[in-house]
Design a protein around this ligand. Sequence first.
Ligand code: ARG
Ligand code: ZN
Length: 884
Amino acid sequence: KEIFLKDYKKPDYFFDKVDLQFQLGEEKTIVTSKIVVSPGVEAGISAPLVLHGCDLKLLSIKVNGTGLKGEEYAVNSRHLTLSTPPAGVFILEIVTEIYPQLNTSLEGLYKSTGNFCTQCEAEGFRKITYFQDRPDVMAKYTCRIEADKTLYPVLLSNGNLIEQGDLEGGKHYALWEDPFKKPSYLFALVAGQLGCREDSFVTCSGRNVTLRIWTPAQDLPKTAHAMYSLKAAMKWDEEVFGLEYDLDLFNIVVVPDFNMGAMENKSLNIFQSRLVLASPETATDGDYAAILGVVGHEYFHNWTGNRVTCRDWFQLTLKEGLTVFRDQEFSSDLGCRTVKRIADVSKLRIYQFPQDAGPMAHPIRPHSYIKMDNFYTVTVYEKGAEVVRMYKTMFGASGFRKGMDLYFQRHDGQAVTCEDFYAAMCDANNAQLPNFLQWYSQAGTPTVKVASSYDPSSQTFSLKLSQEVPPTPGQPAKEPMFIPVAVGLVDSTGQDMPLTSVYSDGILQTLSSDGQPVFTTVLQFKKKEEEFIFKNVPEKPVPSLLRGYSAPVRLDSDLSESDLFFLLANDSDEFNRWEAGQVLARKLMLSLVADFQQQKTLVLNPKFVDGLRSILRNSSLDKEFIAKAITLPGQGEIMDMMAVADPDAVHAVRNFIKKELALQLKDDLLAAVTSNRSSEAYTFNHDSMARRALKNTCLAYLASLDEADVTELALLEYKTATNMTEQFAALAALSQNPGQVRDDALLDFYNQWQDEYLVVSKWFALQATSDIPGNVVNVQKLLSHPAFDMRNPNKVYSLIGGFCGSPVNFHAKDGSGYKFLGEVVLQLDKINPQVASRMVSAFSRWRRYDETRQALAKAQLEMIVSANGLSENVYEIASKSLAD
Ligand code: ARG
Ligand code: ZN
């Protein structure tokens, strides 16, 4: 059943207070809920009260203490309906029975490695008890947990612990009270055998907050970095946004089985292990960075999500886009801004652009859904964060802060919409952003075309901009959007020109205020076509467009190849330096793909090699920036630019360029590897991570040569590594080329780390993503490896998800990759529909390939949609993929 944003209606009843009681057991769990219900303002006396419920056994239902008679309520597989509730405030008491030990969907209350835990967002609370399971129903909760004391010594829920004690029969209980109103999706409960790392944080107003990270005792040493991250996040939010924590206790619980990354339940965040547990020996720099970002993200939700929440699930980007933006800024402030920006933009391009161009394209605020879980997407999260970033680009850091302050002043304790955020931003800055709300309702990545011209006689430089938003499913025609375009003009010596004034739409705008020269200005581009004319431009400049990636668009500029090489070498905006290199590489790769398809001999443009060589040799550049600047765009990015995606050609060309660069830059690459070795103990700071990033990137290039000396080097790196970042990079380098060296290294690595579940996941992922020919057979074999488990999402994402990330193997022309995924999806769907649905998404862009591949992929999708007992999750993705 499809649900539409336009059908939103306020609830007929509100829940003021909810008292929950859990009797946790091995065979069954009894949930008693006592709710104070009050009629909504607009409710007629006779409005029925409809509660959601799923997989529940109803034991009893009472209103004001009296059991209901059969005709007073109705139950089906989705709802419990009270036909004539009393007028005025009343008490509703419901007892249900549930079976967490059988719950493999990892939604609602379930067991993970013997412990009880919950995941309620988006609509999982209805698997715990009958409830108005929607975010605009906010209540104060208490939660009493009863369980066996030996099996479940730790009992946690939201808020403050107000009572605990022993019960007969070896049981004990704990009573928790959350003083803040919250929607049901923020409810959480944990019970089990867990140890904790404890620390504390004193807030800016002097509140002493106890911080605890809970995990099985043997993993406690691996929680130090997460604790550091939490304290850094608490401090950052006070400093940057003036936002302070509001309770005396903050808990994080680690569970191995979890569908998503983590969850921001009020004062009881729950994380999958990968995003908390780290030691230098077992986690990479990438893992450390992800932990910092996600611990920050979930903590930041306390204000953006919890204190101010969403009116309905269509507004998800209100909390997610904003909170991703906040975690990006946090990581940026603690690390290196340019490098973080490059990583975030790459993620957007690699994952979100394809979604925006495919059958699942949706605006950051979708108009409809079948299963909300399918809309926890890179569009809602990452493109949503870009939309928030545009407010900051328009209003500046202080204007953005004013908007945030007003947002909290107006909406603390409320469930609101994206328009409310927009209004707070605009009102706080006395501004209007015409056509900006289109970003919330139009899907598809806009293309911005730029034509530039210089007129020496009038000393003016003109930029003619035009925009085009492509049609997407259900949205054939689009309106122009508000696009902030940050621009600088670079003179022939490589310096930014001071910008004095710009003319557009009949208005001349003076740019330098208070006598300070301006080097970057943000053009407000809001029509289909618009011309911007810069005055007092003494020579023909090279424009640096969309600096810092000021809007999530595809830029199609008329810059020449030599302009791009010039920007790569000179632009003061480091993001655009990287970008110039990427544009050059994309053009180069596309033309080589055409050559490959026409069976021409491939030749690498020497200017490109020179450009990368000078970046590699430039010791004034940040090392991680260099690593990113010499990394080629991904295969997917290139396939996206082709009329018919050709995975074999793109793969061959990317490998050709890699090897050719390795060959021609071999001495520089070797020097970079040896000069960036270090015997220092592992530290998580930008300089050491940048050093390792550069060394590892160079090693990967070298190993692609498959020559004896570089293999020796990679083996040496592998054997002498003292941290996972370097050990794993060396393993990845060695395993690029099939053969005995690869097999031995993979076996050695497994033997060393078989008891470290997270490292074993990496080992699965490395093999799964491999481009070696015919890899589907290996992946098939790994499915029955003793360490693999279909019920653990981490392992599924590593092995199955990893496999779909290798275009040559997933899109193998014989259909073997498609057949493999088709079978796995049906098997997974029986266990965990959310995970199955994420996997089936790999099929969604099947129409981008040649006819043979199309037919093979389509056959799998048809097989899937016609399967018996298919979940709504998988059905939505598979059927929409076929329909487009
Ligand atoms: N709110 C969580 C986060 O982004 C994600 C939870 C998503 N859960 C789900 N079942 N879709 O921090
Ligand atoms: Zn989030």
